[in-house]
Design a protein around this ligand. Structure first.
Ligand code: ZN
Ligand code: FE
Length: 278
């Protein structure tokens, strides 16, 4: 897989991801919506299909599509929160796009056309897209995984150095959900829902202060954010090494928290609780 930064100017960054033949190339456009939501467009050069990952804000999504000459054919909805579905109906009106979303939240996803659940697969741009249910942040939150491209759209379940707040499910449920994502290949490229990375990094250092990889990553993040660069995407491997919410089993973190004898989900719950008031 060839993964290279094509363009780094704020506020738009773009990566071309080539997997297998160039005929199957996907292009990804990332841009800011609202105050800290990421807009993500996924475009296939061969079929011309374009998916918007969630629909946080109409204006920036349309502007980004028009800049590239793309027509939005799909919306992949991850969960029902307003900052992820606000533009569903307006985009559907403009493009006639198909809205795919979580079965367990179908009643509260505006304009939903097709519902999907854990383990379901559908075809987008001639490749499989697999649905991974990750209850925690919301009860029906789903992530979209493209195994052929090793791409994961994790929205508000897994952030760079963080995870979503627990609004509708328990810490135990979220811990299990995060374990599902952590079991994907380390090289998996992860797009997430919000630019929260700087605050996440500062918090992570409080529970995992001796982690050298985390410390150097946190320095890089401080620099990136000072320059106005985004910290998206990340990878599963990098998160497993540095994200405290995936590292509840780590002896150093447990010692820092004084929780050597606790279960992983108890440690996770404590880290989540501390972050809520950080
Ligand atoms: Zn949310
Ligand atoms: Fe959100």
């Amino acid at each position: 897989m060839d993964f290279k930064l094509q363009e780094g100017t704020f506020p738009a960054t773009r990566w071309d991801i080539k997997s297998g033949s160039t005929m199957k190339s996907l292009q990804i456009e990332v841009f800011l919506c609202r105050s800290d939501n990421f807009g993500v467009l996924l475009h296939c050069l061969e079929t011309g299909e374009t998916a918007s990952i969630d629909a946080p804000e109409f204006g920036p999504i349309v502007a980004s599509a028009e800049k590239r000459g793309w027509t939005i054919t799909h919306i992949f909805t991850t969960h029902h929160h307003g900052d992820h579905v606000e533009a569903n109906l307006a985009l559907k009106e403009k493009y006639g796009c198909e809205i795919i979303g979580p079965r367990n939240e179908a009643a509260v996803i505006p304009g939903i056309d097709r519902t999907v659940g854990d383990g379901d697969e559908f075809t987008f741009a001639k490749r499989p897209v697999r649905v991974i249910e990750t209850p925690g942040h919301t009860a029906g939150h789903i992530c979209y995984y493209l195994p052929e491209d090793m791409l994961l759209f994790a929205a508000d379940t897994l952030f760079a150095l963080g995870c979503g707040r627990l609004f509708e499910r328990s810490a135990l449920d979220m811990w299990h959900s995060l374990q599902k994502l952590a079991s994907l290949p380390d090289e998996t490229i992860v797009y997430f829902g919000h630019e929260y990375t700087l605050s996440n990094a500062r918090f992570a250092l409080t529970v995992d202060p001796e982690n050298a990889r985390l410390r150097s990553r946190a320095e890089l993040i401080e620099m990136q954010r000072k320059r106005g660069d985004f910290t998206i995407p990340t990878t599963i491997g990098l998160e497993k090494e540095t994200n405290p919410f995936l590292r509840a089993g780590d002896p150093d973190i447990r010692r820092t928290l004084g929780m050597e004898g606790a279960t992983n989900d108890e440690v996770f719950a404590e880290i989540r609780k501390r972050k809520d008031s950080f």
